[in-house]
Design a protein around this ligand. Structure first.
Ligand code: HEM
Length: 256
């Protein structure tokens, strides 16, 4: 907190100076400081630091849990799904040639179209059973179109798994991994694809959560053949309703 206070002071001073001309940078700390509930009068002595700490804490935990998990599942799916190796490798080679083997440019991940579908399918299938807890705030009940009522104060969870596995929504063999079932990007929110939630509170970290596994797999594929140790894949593991990465051997072989 000691370290963060001078940063906050400087940002609030800048905001005061620039007034309406202030253009909010897209970062978590600044969006907190732009919130009148957190910094009502732009006075550094009148900032609700507790909310800021809570938000930053949530961001850190999300980033260190969900993001590496997404990378793990994507890598594991690649290692275990031989049928995708050639096509994905070819796409990676084309992109690598276009940038002469140099570092990727910011628009290169958009060119990883097949890999995007692959990552999307990996996210779809490695999903929590239930998620996005919501508290009912309607009084005395919230009534769904079908007449089902939820009382005020009740926590409800969305059944992610049933949605992700529904054949009517996902297409044929919805329990099987088939990357090319998707015709929209992995970051796109859709009622059939609730990995990142929906609406106003949909995950703002989804751009990072998709681009990181894509860049990681791209780099891995250019250097290595990856496969599971046994050549087979294990079923997912859950802790309660939450899907969790597990210990598994992945073999990296240098490409010649
Ligand atoms: C694969 C990785 C990730 C998954 C599957 C995921 C999923 C989700 C879901 C389902 C929600 C709830 C959305 C809703 O209520 O409708 C959410 C919210 C959120 N996520 Fe993510 N997330 C991921 C990565 C990240 C990362 C890397 C960050 C930040 C760097 C992040 C930041 C957040 C924040 C701040 C919220 C709360 C948004 C709000 O309430 O307005 N997420 N995420």
């Amino acid at each position: 907190m000691k370290h963060i206070k001078p940063v906050i002071k400087k940002r609030l001073e800048d905001k005061k100076k620039l007034g309406d001309a202030w253009i909010a940078p897209l970062d978590a700390l600044q969006s907190c400081l732009n919130d009148p509930e957190i910094a009502p009068d732009l006075d550094p002595n009148n900032v609700d630091y507790n909310i800021i700490v809570e938000i930053i804490e949530i961001l850190i935990f999300t980033a260190i849990i969900s993001l590496p998990a997404a990378v793990f599942y994507a890598l594991y799916d690649l290692a275990g799904r031989k049928e995708y190796w050639n096509e994905l490798y070819q796409e990676a080679q084309v992109i690598n040639k276009q940038c002469n083997g140099n570092v990727l440019k910011s628009d290169d991940p958009d060119k990883m179209v097949k890999l995007d579908k692959f990552v999307k399918e990996s996210l779809r299938l490695n999903i929590d059973i239930t998620n996005v807890a919501h508290k009912c705030i309607s009084k005395p009940y919230y009534t769904f179109e079908n007449g089902y009522q939820v009382p005020n104060g009740r926590m409800i969870y969305v059944n992610f798994m049933s949605l992700a596995m529904d054949e009517e929504l996902q297409g044929q063999n919805s329990k099987e991994f088939y990357a090319y079932r998707h015709d929209s990007p992995a970051i796109k929110l859709d009622h059939n694809y609730l990995v990142f939630g929906s609406g106003k509170h949909a995950c703002p970290g989804r751009f990072l959560a998709v681009i990181v596994p894509k860049i990681f797999l791209h780099m891995v594929m250019l250097r290595y053949n990856v496969r599971t140790e046994t050549g087979k894949m294990k079923p997912q593991k859950y802790t309660g309703p939450t899907v969790r990465p597990f210990n598994v051997g992945i073999v990296f072989e240098n490409r010649n």
